[in-house]
Design a protein around this ligand. Structure first.
Ligand SMILES: *Cc1c(COP(=O)(O)O)cnc(C)c1O
Length: 362
């Protein structure tokens, strides 16, 4: 069957080179070969995340570590900052883990603002908070640095940050931000196959985790730290993913991180320009748009002609590209175009050409 190229916001297209790396023969995960592999990528990951802490490799999708962070760090009550499908879900996950949890809900498409968080933290009820940097369902990015600045005033609150669809596309310096957990699943901006999550934790987070009696085993941060210190993982990892990650990190540093950030900015601007050319406006509040994907109002809010997002999706798919027809409660009124991963101006132009031809048929 002909491959339909992915322009949905995850999983994204995986390169031939990455697949080749993924398919190398297995090695033992307690052997020197695996330790050497992790030892090679550890400093690259630390540079990427802007940290002196060890980076951890979890064989799970992002939700594993998102849930694990709560089990390791929330003892009193967690504040769930909610602005879209993924961030809203985190409240539900906290409750399912038996945690005391409270919503800080803003309308979908709005960012989370530091003063909103501060008003909640000032009550003194919270020992942790969850924040999604780039809410993928709405294409909205919250001001992470301004929010992280609150950590100075509330040092005992664990700041758990999901950068699933922004890590590697936007500079995020863990140590400088002073946050406690930073995580990303690799099927988004990393452009690896789904199944691996990269994360790190602050010394304060590790100290808190050590006192959590019901933190479980699979996502035990203390185990991750102990094993990472010896270039290993607590349990048998997806070794294929680690091979692929090693290959990908070499790609990142060959391109240069700054160039990678600039490329995402550029291809994202091109997508916004495409939307403007067709009279569409964007779903997120102005000034808070994601730079890895574009969430477009399909006309309903633009005041222009309303296009059928499902039809647009089908016409584009017939030309070999998969776009997203909206997520959760904004399915049908928005569509999303991803520029994350390996996309270049050339590959994005091929997508716009397919979209243009589809638009002409609508
Ligand atoms: C995709 C996504 C997730 C969930 O990732 P899974 O791989 O399905 O666990 C969480 N947060 C954000 C921001 C995402 O984009």
């Amino acid at each position: 069957m002909a491959h339909v190229k992915l322009h949905i916001p995850g999983p994204v297209e995986v390169s031939e080179k990455t697949f080749k790396a993924f398919c190398q023969p297995m090695i033992g995960h307690r052997g020197q070969g695996f330790k050497d592999l992790v030892a090679k990528i550890q400093p690259q990951l630390q540079t990427l995340l802007g940290t002196k802490q060890l980076a951890y490799l979890s064989t799970s999708s992002a939700w594993g570590v998102m849930e694990g962070a709560l089990r390791n760090l929330t003892q009193k009550k967690v504040l769930n900052c909610m602005k879209g499908a993924f961030s809203d879900k985190w409240l539900d996950v906290a409750k399912r883990c038996g945690k005391e949890a409270e919503a800080l809900q803003v309308p979908w498409g709005s960012p989370i603002r530091p003063e909103q968080i501060e008003a909640k933290l000032a009550t003194g009820q919270f020992d942790s908070l969850t924040l999604i940097h780039n809410e993928t369902s709405t294409g909205t990015m919250s001001p992470l640095a301004e929010i992280a600045a609150l950590k100075k005033k509330y040092p005992d609150v664990m700041f758990i940050v999901d950068a699933v669809s922004s890590m590697t596309a936007v500079p995020i310096h863990f140590d400088a931000l002073g946050i406690d957990v930073l995580l990303a699943g690799t099927q988004k901006a990393f452009a690896l196959p789904p199944g691996l999550t990269v994360f790190t934790a602050s010394p304060a987070a590790l100290a808190r985790a050590a006192t959590a009696k019901d933190r479980g085993y699979y996502f035990d941060f203390v185990e991750f730290q102990k094993n990472a210190a010896e270039n290993m993982t607590p349990s048998t990892p997806s070794i294929s993913h680690v091979y692929a990650l090693a290959s990908k990190l070499d790609d990142f540093f060959a391109e240069g991180l700054e160039n990678r950030y600039a490329r995402h900015k550029k291809t994202n601007q091109m997508t916004r320009d495409w939307a403007a050319r067709h009279g569409f406006n964007l779903f997120p509040e102005a000034g808070y748009e994601s730079i890895t994907l574009t969430c477009v109002n399909n006309g309903a809010k633009s005041g222009g002609r309303v296009v059928d997002a499902a039809k647009l999706q089908k016409l584009v798919k017939d030309q070999g590209f998969l776009i997203d027809g909206g997520y959760g409660k904004i399915k049908g009124t928005t569509f999303r175009l991803s520029n994350m991963g390996d996309e270049t101006p050339e590959t994005m132009n091929a997508l716009y050409a397919a979209l243009d031809s589809a638009m002409a048929k609508l």
